[in-house]
Write a protein that binds this ligand. Structure first.
Ligand code: CA
Length: 323
């Protein structure tokens, strides 16, 4: 009789009991090597996206690189979250600092030095890591793009060795904020030259644009579900959310988490994925143009409730740092 591998058997059982639908048995799949490139500390969604990279069983987080603005302060936030959740095997690399602005969330970690970033700058760390694991590393970038712009400028090795890039980036047709009126999206417009370099590279590229992300906001009862779970991770997320919101009723838009979810389970959370010839113009618009663009996968029409259940169930699936 042909033997069935134990992992295969477990996968079948997961499916039989519906666990595959939740993604909570995804640990049976091969791990996906990822680097998260983030402007954590600006909007609140970055910290909450980092959280998903820690708890989703499919991800093997090889490192966090901080991008744009006050990158050392951003790195302190990432380091403190990793410390609180006992994930200090994950290195944090500081990106090129472009200003010294002080974002509200920085106060949560400004005196934190227990776990420190590595000495290697972010662009070099990106290059070293993709060379160490050729064609195996997915970079998920959820901020402006100086680090990726810098590493692409360093020569062809990054392009040749990275597996793919997934961005929270751009605005193609419109958004919940401005239907049928695309705007220059923040992550693009902060460093247009870097964005042009990334969009114009030969790397396999997927974007989750404002068209989708602005449709996904956290309801108060969903926030309470995370709050009530009581883990080092959810305590950290709630602290940062309070610092970010001047108004207690303010809602988070889940821009960056949606890009992270697309990495975890490609296509599951969108009704439409289109390969479109996209390029970044000199004002920071992401334009569809057959002549100027190259094929980029654009994630549209998010399945808001399915994504949210997936996301919240993972945030409340394990208490990292308490065992
Ligand atoms: Ca971000």
């Amino acid at each position: 009789m042909k033997k069935i591998p134990i992992l295969t058997l477990f996968s079948v059982m997961c499916c039989a009991f519906g666990l595959a639908e939740t993604g909570l048995c995804a640990g049976t799949e091969e791990k996906m090597k990822i680097i998260l490139d983030t402007d954590i500390g600006n909007d609140i969604d970055d910290a909450w996206a980092l959280a998903l990279s820690l708890v989703h069983p499919r991800f093997e987080l090889l490192g966090v690189t901080t991008d744009y603005g006050n990158t050392p302060a951003r790195a302190k936030l990432a380091c403190k979250i990793l410390h609180q959740t006992k994930q200090t095997h994950v290195p944090v690399a500081v990106g090129r600092q472009t200003n010294d602005h002080n974002d509200y969330q920085f106060t949560w970690a400004e005196d934190f030095n227990t776990y420190r970033p590595i000495e290697t700058p972010a662009a070099q760390f990106l290059l070293d890591t993709v060379k160490k694991y050729p064609k195996q590393v997915t970079v998920i970038a959820v901020g402006p793009l100086p680090n990726l712009g810098d590493v692409l400028k360093m020569g062809p090795e990054f392009e040749d060795n990275v597996k793919e890039i997934i961005l929270m980036s751009g605005n193609v047709y419109g958004s919940a904020w401005r239907p049928n009126e695309p705007i220059p999206e923040y992550n693009v417009v902060c460093d247009i030259e870097a964005a042009q370099r990334v969009y114009g590279s030969k790397v396999k590229l997927t974007i989750v644009p404002l068209d989708s992300t602005t449709l996904v906001r956290l309801k108060e009862e969903e926030r309470k579900r995370v709050q009530k779970y009581q883990s080092p991770l959810t305590w950290s997320l709630e602290c940062l959310l309070r610092l970010w919101t001047s108004n207690p009723d303010a809602q988070m838009t889940l821009h960056d988490q949606l890009a992270m979810a697309e990495a975890a389970e490609p296509g599951r959370f969108f009704n439409k994925k289109a390969d479109l010839p996209v390029y970044v113009d000199d004002e920071g618009y992401t334009r569809v143009d057959e002549k100027k663009g190259r094929p980029i996968t654009v994630c549209l029409e998010p399945k808001r409730d399915e994504f949210m259940e997936f996301y919240l169930s993972h945030l409340t699936s394990q208490r990292l740092g308490m065992d």
